[in-house]
Design a protein around this ligand. Structure first.
Ligand SMILES: Cc1ncc(COP(=O)(O)O)c(C=O)c1O
Length: 405
């Protein structure tokens, strides 16, 4: 086993070596521009792009013509939301989203709201982080043009009831955009069955290269149209101009193919490792709380709050394991995660949370090491914590009158 251990697979994934192998010829030998229609270099590049488009479409049960290449999840979310608003803005400017979306969605709708271009409803989530489809239904007005709800959350892994939301969207004739960046390649995704009209996803979260993503844009029932956010050569059927990065696209395609072929076995392996990690930690340490849905959750996700322990201190004590804490360092202050706060997790417990993100290349030995290390460091930090000592002595911390400074 090699240190450090990478257990931050929601932030990105290491690229699969089999993906790199398929990409290599497209840097030097087969370097053509896929838009060069009149020579062999261009034809070879175009063929490779179209082959990748098929591999990607197959993974999400789409038609290859419904795939628009972008630079990643962030750009796809921007293109979907801004593109729909510009296209259908005459009908209305109301957008419905949820409070636990990634910032690629939240900051996009907030920017539009700030400029007075859209009005936005931010739906709450339940204590597991799930959106209630009935809340979506109740929020729809005749001015609603878009619903944007994520498939799986990046912090707590909760999987939303997207199929039910898609059904409501169809019934009401409102377009449905889904940020599936954390879900595609990890759980089965079927844009038909889920009633999705637009969907953002990215290669670097499914063991492909960074810098390439896609937006699924439905072609029929209904035919969705969006206004391009980048003017130029009219690539990607006018929806996203710019010379296609052929090696990245080839890698994205191969990565999707591997996910499709190996998802069943990989999921079983990840769930076994994740459940062992969860059970061992929670059995050994009292006052640990699972954040997110107990079952409707991404296979590789485990988010736990360790009462009386600062998440950041825990990370500092385990520098040989790459993890993420539930606090975001914004300017000089440490803000507790807005996702955890939306579930109703208190500030203290939000600050004490750690996200474990397991992936394809993690091993049982790494999980054993992590279990041992987490138990050791949490125990040590609690031993040093006066609050923990008081709580153990039966003092009700809420009743303590703290000295004013
Ligand atoms: C849910 C979600 N949406 C969007 C993004 C942004 O994707 P990208 O890094 O490809 O821009 C991420 C990445 O962290 C994500 O987790």
């Amino acid at each position: 086993m090699k240190l450090p251990i990478f257990l931050d697979n929601h932030s990105t994934n290491p690229m699969d070596p089999r993906v790199l192998e398929t990409m290599l010829p497209y840097f030097v030998e087969k370097f053509g521009n896929a838009a060069s229609r009149n020579h062999a270099f261009g034809w070879a590049a175009e063929e490779a792009v179209e082959n990748a488009r098929k591999q990607i479409a197959k993974l999400i049960k789409a038609d290859p013509k419904e795939i628009v290449f972008t630079s990643g999840g962030t750009e796809s979310d921007n293109l979907a939301i801004k593109g729909v608003l510009e296209m259908y803005g005459e009908k209305g400017t109301h957008i419905i989203t949820s409070s636990t979306e990634h910032r690629a969605v939240l900051d996009t709708v907030k920017a539009l709201e700030g400029k007075g271009k859209a009005t936005v409803t931010y739906l709450p989530v339940d204590k597991f982080g799930m959106v209630n489809p009935e809340d979506v239904r109740n929020a729809i007005t005749e001015k609603t043009i878009l619903i944007s709800v994520m498939l799986a959350n990046n912090e707590i892994g909760t999987i939303n009831p997207v199929k039910e939301i898609g059904k409501i969207a169809k019934e009401k004739g409102v377009l449905f955009h889904c940020d599936a960046t954390q879900a595609v390649g990890k759980i089965p995704v079927d844009v038909q069955e889920m009633g999705i009209d637009l969907m953002a996803f990215t290669a670097h979260k499914l063991y492909g290269p960074k810098g390439i993503g896609a937006l699924y844009v439905r072609k029929k029932n209904p035919r969705v149209r969006i206004i391009a956010q980048m003017d130029g050569g009219g690539h990607e059927r006018g929806m996203r101009s710019g010379t296609l990065p052929v090696p990245l696209i080839v890698g994205f395609g191969k990565a999707c193919e591997l996910c499709e072929q190996e998802m069943v076995q990989e999921t079983a392996r990840l769930i076994a490792m994740r459940d062992r990690l969860e059970a061992s930690i929670m059995k050994a340490l009292e006052e640990t709380y699972l954040n997110g849905h107990p079952t409707s959750r991404l296979p590789g996700n485990l988010n736990i709050s360790f009462a009386y322990v600062e998440g950041e201190s825990l990370l500092m004590g385990m520098k040989d394991i790459a993890l993420s804490s539930g606090s975001a360092c914004t300017s000089a202050t440490l803000e507790p995660s807005y996702v955890l706060r939306a579930l109703g997790v208190g500030t203290e417990l939000a600050h004490s949370s750690i996200r474990f993100g397991l992936g394809r290349f993690n091993t049982d030995d790494e999980i054993d090491y992590t279990i041992k290390k987490v138990i050791e460091i949490v125990t040590k930090l609690r031993e040093m914590s006066p609050l923990y000592e008081m709580a153990k002595e039966g003092v009700d911390l809420k009743s303590v009158q703290w000295a004013a400074h």
